[in-house]
Design a protein around this ligand. Sequence first.
Ligand code: UTP
Length: 294
Amino acid sequence: MSYKPLTKAILPVAGLGTRFLPATKAIPKEMLTVVDKPLIQYIIHEAAEAGITDIILVTHSSKGAIENHFDKHYELEKELELRGKMDRMVPLNEITPKGVRIVSVRQPEALGLGHAILCAAPIIAENEPFAVLLPDVLMHHPVKGCLAQMAETYEKVHTSVVALEEVPQDQVEKYGIADVKGPDLRITELVEKPSIEEAPSNLSVVGRYIFTPRVMELLKHTKPGAGGEIQLTDAMDDLLKEEVMFGFEFKGGKSYDCGDKLGYLQANVEYALRDAKLGEDFKAYLDALETKEI
Ligand code: UTP
């Protein structure tokens, strides 16, 4: 089948964010800030860099703040103008990248990541590939974003491509784990949260995917798996029986699992150190910090 160009990305944001309670009781996890921007803004910019023009948020009634963040705020603009503080206003085109449209679909109940992706099926054409980016995983690269690199691979292979990274063997139970073969990282097996004994490797699926449309069809028939949730990994494992899928090793950059408190704190420290305006002062502060006294 010949596919349409890759222009759409699905960002699931309908989860409960239980690991971050109480912070996420009234604020979506995806709106937690790293330095001065919410997580979701970093992710949308990464997608735009890869040539994505249509962002599909899979959202929930409690997550209106996400859509508002990417919309115009007339009252705020007026108020800043009245107070002569328009320089504080970040232009909307810096928040939403130029040429990117954002639409939303609802996932009424958090039935799992696979179910969230399936909620976007009406917006994906039968012959259309699409990307999935998990908004609580930040991928920093000094030169080119992770999805942009994966899109280059996709343009060569025209089959599904999944970002992978090594995790410590004793932590495989927390992740979707892939087994791969050969130098081109052809994926042979995928298991969601395997036990340490059953894990086929320590290569974890890291929150960036480019899929052929077939995965949507398979998701329609995917039964609840680990944790009673409809798991994307299970549909991907079914896809492996029909199509070739490649792993993509993210090199020269760093990923941060911001759905986890420690990963989130690490992201804040390291993004602050890289920040053009804050970095130097923040480093001086850290260097002088006597952690023993805290
Ligand atoms: P996570 O499992 O990391 O998020 O899903 P969560 O369920 O919100 O967090 P915890 O584990 O309770 O702390 C990864 C992404 O998938 C979305 C989440 O919003 C998150 O951005 N997601 C997850 C959905 O949209 N729907 C779901 O049913 C599950």
